[in-house]
Design a protein around this ligand. Structure first.
Ligand SMILES: Cc1ncc(COP(=O)(O)O)c(C=O)c1O
Length: 278
């Protein structure tokens, strides 16, 4: 297992490596305000708000609906506490209207344009953080006879970066799709990875972002019993897929992408955010 849970002191998980370059770019361009997008339980929004604050920047979030779980609800409280402002977007179809409205409001309030970070931090700049990891893993995987690397694919930058970094090494990168095909597909991942395509495993997808089934719940429970914290949106699925592959024979490296560090801050959920928990 490659354990990213302690990747940063303020917050861990796979977003830290993406944000290193993204936030440095925002700061170098003189931005004080950032705008990003995520689900109401988004680890990406939490990580962005925490690390941006360290650098003196403020995060504004567009938030979309996600199925209610205790983990998602706790994250929602953190997002409410950490973001400078947020816009609840009840359905994705409203994004083309709500996004520009939020942008205009921030410009009016701050007198400057915010720096835009795409969902999950999967810009080409953010993805580079995971290209680095792939490159660093090449020799390690060869020395241990690793056949494949398995990771959750939500916005795709982590799997795409690993595929680019491991390109030509003979190691297969498998992105376990947790979002609809319209968001995670060969065209999108290929564009992010400069043409080095990860394999996309859609067999753990449960019909909607954040949805899960009894099989995912069993993985989450078993991993917790064994001392590894996973959740139902990402890591319950990616760990399940990794174990399934390993049982079939290949030597598998599972990339654990969930933060093991949780921020203390949390705020009660206003009704518009509560309505995004479904
Ligand atoms: C815990 C966790 N694992 C995996 C992912 C997927 O990473 P990516 O968005 O790069 O596909 C995310 C973020 O979306 C995440 O929060």
């Amino acid at each position: 297992m490659l354990d990213e849970s302690g990747a940063g002191a303020l917050y861990g998980g796979n977003k830290v490596r993406k944000l290193e370059r993204i936030l440095a770019d925002a700061r170098d361009r003189g931005h004080r305000d950032l705008i990003t997008l995520g689900a109401i339980g988004s680890h990406h929004v939490i990580a962005t708000a925490l690390y941006a604050r360290e650098l003196g920047m403020r995060t504004h979030a567009l938030l979309v609906a996600q199925p209610d779980t205790p983990h998602v609800r706790a994250n929602a409280g953190r997002i409410a506490a950490l973001c400078a402002s947020y816009t609840a977007v009840p359905s994705r179809a409203e994004l083309p209207v709500r996004g520009p409205e939020a942008w205009a409001r921030i410009v009016a309030e701050t007198g400057t344009t915010p720096y835009r970070i795409p969902a999950g931090g999967s810009s080409s700049l953010g993805t580079l953080g995971w290209v680095d990891v792939g490159q660093q893993l090449r020799a390690w995987c060869t020395a241990r006879g690793i056949d494949c690397v398995v990771v959750a694919a939500g916005s795709g930058g982590t799997a795409a970066g690993l595929a680019a970094g491991l390109r030509g090494s003979g190691v297969e990168v498998v992105g376990v799709r947790v979002a609809p095909r319209v968001l995670i597909n060969r065209a999108r991942l290929g564009a992010l990875a400069g043409g080095a395509l990860p394999t996309i495993d859609g067999s753990w997808y449960c019909g909607g972002y954040g949805r899960y089934d009894a099989r995912v719940e069993r993985v989450v429970q078993a991993s917790r019993d064994a001392g590894l914290v996973t959740e139902t949106t990402y890591t319950g699925k990616s760990l399940g897929a990794a174990l399934e592959r390993a049982r079939a024979g290949p030597r598998v490296l599972y990339v654990h992408t969930l933060s093991g560090v949780e921020p203390g801050e949390s705020a009660p959920l206003p009704t518009d955010l509560e309505a995004l928990l479904r």
